[in-house]
Each structure stands twice: as C-alpha cells, then as structure tokens.
Design a protein around this ligand. Structure first.
Ligand SMILES: [Fe+2]
Length: 385
C-alpha cells in the first residue's frame, strides 16, 4: 500500500508505548502501537521478548521518510524507507530467494548493499531462515534478525514459511514477522497472503502444511486451498488482470526440480495454476538455481519465454546456508531449462504488463556474476487452456 508501512521490532524488556517518530525532513510525526506482544520461545529456557508493531497509515506515495523506533526509554538508529508510487503503472524491482541463514550467508552483503542503495522496492524470502530461528533458545533467531536489519529497515521484507521454521508450530516465524494481504482477501497472516504491487499480483503459500500435519491435521491445508482458489479466481477476473496482469505465486518447496517432481504439491496446485493462468511459481528449498520451461503435467509447452503456454517454475534457493549447494542431474529432464550451482539470488523487475526482466545473480563472497539473464514476455495473460 503506497500510503502505509508497518514497522516490527523486538525488545527484551517491557517498554512504555511502542513508538515511531518519522517525517520527510524532520521527525515531526508520531505513530503508536501498544506495549508489544509478549512472545515466549518454545526452547528449554523459555526466553521471552516483546514484539512491537506500529502502523504508519498516512504516508505520501513515492516519498522518502526517515524514522526511528523505540519508546521513551530509548531509540533505534535513524533509518529510511521510500513508499511505493501510487497506482499500478510502475515497475517494481525486487530480490527473491530462499534458504538464507546466519552462517555462510553468501548473498547477505550484496542484498544489504542493494537494499540500502535503493535498487529494490522490496525483497521476498521464500522460507528457511537463520538455521534455525529457534536454535540456542532462539538466540540464533535474534542474530538473524540483526543480520537482516540492514535490509528490512529500508525495504519491506516479505516472508514465506519453510520447513526450517517448523519448531513449536512455526512460532518464531509467526511472531517475528508481519505479513498482510492488501487485495481484499484476508489471509492467515504470515502463512498465506497476497499483495498487489504495481502490475503484479503476488501470492505466498505455505507448502509446509503438506509436510507437517502434526500441527494442523488437514485443517490448514483445506483453509489455505480454499483461500488460494478464491484469491486466484478473483485475481484472474478481467478487471483485476487489467491492473495486475502478472500473477506470481511463491512457496518454499518447488514442484519441478531437475532431479525430481514433488507429487504432493503438483497434485495439489498444478491444475489450479493452469486454470487461473499463474505466470510464475517461485520456490527455494533446493540450494540451486533451477529454471523450468513452461510445463504442465510434465509436458513442456514450448521452449520459449515469449508468451509461455504454461506456468514457469523457478527455484532460487542458494542465497546461502550451512548445508551446501544441492546436487543436480547431469542428464536433466526435458522440462529443465537451466540449472546452476552457484550461491546467489534472483532479481526481478516487472517492467510493465507485457515484460519481466529476470536475472540470477551469483554472489559468493566478493565474487559477482549474472549467471542467467532473460526477459519473460506475455501479450495476453489468463488461463492456459
Ligand atoms: Fe527447505
């Protein structure tokens, strides 16, 4: 929302009211929350912390604001963010990746640099954080949040849950982040949500509902699917597609990988994606860059990224974690367009209704290289049949 931001931070003591001072020149406006939500980690020490959330609701579009957060007891450093332009005819730029931890965080430095340098409007982390948020009584989670502060204090840090967030019913993940839908489809926040940003409709789903039934049984799985189906059908209506022609779905686990197909997820979602014309499904989990041709029911629907005749599947799961790069097949299946085993992340610019510029950035320590550069173009968005 070009008029709104939500700021989330943590203190280890109860404070006076959660407060944000902000403004374009001076810190002359103020917004308040409550005293923070008490979160207790599930580990043996039962460490507690207060999660503060404050909404800024009266922002001007396309404007840079300075701010600091805290309370009368003390303030953060001074940060800044720029609000989104109004309307849908602008070109969002974002970094998207999965599987980024504290140790071996290969892409972290570049992401911090580029976020602060204004190269992205937002970033999207497709699950597997910190390795793991709950480790060492959630001190690893604290450290991870400190490491992403140089990104998340400047641009919205969108999140999707992965298998590594599973502990104590995903409670560290659910408490430490703040996600919403702005599309009129209420979400189970942080687990599934959808956002209209410029000409793109983004949807995040939890693939983990299919893998950790101990926390939910079939209930969340069913909730999510009904929500997703309604969200996609609405997004695909002509009047909505006229504003947001691109539909990108993100989830932690991939469907089409050069070494296997996730049959559970394929069975659950592929037909829905086909029928509602999902342009791209983005995932992490496998620690590689893996790009599919347009594919449906394992059938390659042409080897072109100009007017693709089915959903394209992209894995960008090599931002950097303690486990190394995943193995990949020397003889990939026909649906595999490209596989790369370098650390890095994806950078996307949704230029307009017809064109997306996609780059896979290899970033290992100080070494930088664009390993894949392509344009995805589409004259007409909608169902594939
Ligand atoms: Fe994973």
């Amino acid at each position: 929302n070009p008029h709104q931001r939500v700021l989330t931070w943590t203190t280890f003591n109860r404070t006076s009211r959660s407060t944000v001072w902000y403004g374009t020149e001076r810190l002359n406006k103020v917004a308040y929350g409550d005293h923070g939500t008490l979160f207790t980690d599930g580990g043996p020490e039962k460490r507690s912390m207060y999660i503060h959330r404050v909404y800024l609701n009266d922002l001007e579009p396309n404007t840079t604001y300075k701010y600091h957060v805290g309370s009368e007891l003390g303030w953060s450093e001074l940060f800044l963010f720029r609000t989104f332009p109004d309307g849908y005819q602008w070109s969002p730029r974002f970094a998207v990746y999965g599987d980024l931890g504290n140790d071996n965080a290969q892409a972290m430095g570049r992401l911090q640099m580029e976020a602060q340098n204004g190269q992205y409007d937002f970033v999207w982390h497709l699950g597997d954080f910190a390795y793991n948020l709950e480790d060492d009584n959630a001190k690893v989670g604290d450290e991870f949040m400190r490491q992403i502060e140089p990104i998340a204090a400047y641009v919205p840090y969108l999140v999707t849950p992965g298998n590594h967030e599973e502990a104590y019913n995903f409670s560290n993940y659910d408490n430490r982040f703040t996600m919403h839908s702005n599309t009129g489809n209420e979400a189970i926040s942080n687990f599934f949500w959808s956002q209209n940003i410029g000409p793109v409709h983004l949807i995040s789903i939890s693939t983990e509902f299919y893998y950790f039934p101990k926390w939910y049984g079939a209930l969340q799985l069913d909730n999510q699917f009904r929500w997703l189906e309604a969200d996609l059908e609405k997004a695909n209506r002509p009047e909505n597609r006229a504003r947001q022609p691109w539909i990108i779905v993100g989830g932690h686990r991939p469907f089409y990988v050069n070494t296997y197909i996730d049959r559970k997820l394929q069975t659950a979602f592929e037909e829905l994606f086909w029928r509602t014309g999902v342009d791209i499904y983005m995932a992490g989990h496998e620690h590689i860059f893996d790009l599919s041709y347009p594919v449906y029911r394992e059938q390659v629907k042409g080897k072109s990224f100009a007017n693709p005749a089915a959903t394209i599947y992209i894995i960008s799961g090599s931002a950097g974690c303690i486990a190394n790069i995943s193995e990949f097949s020397a003889w990939p299946p026909p649906y595999t367009a490209k596989v790369s085993g370098e650390y890095g992340f994806s950078s996307m610019t949704v230029i307009n209704a017809t064109t997306i510029h996609f780059q896979q950035i290899n970033h290992e320590q100080a070494f930088f290289e664009v390993v894949h550069d392509m344009y995805i173009t589409k004259e007409k968005h909608g169902p594939y049949h």
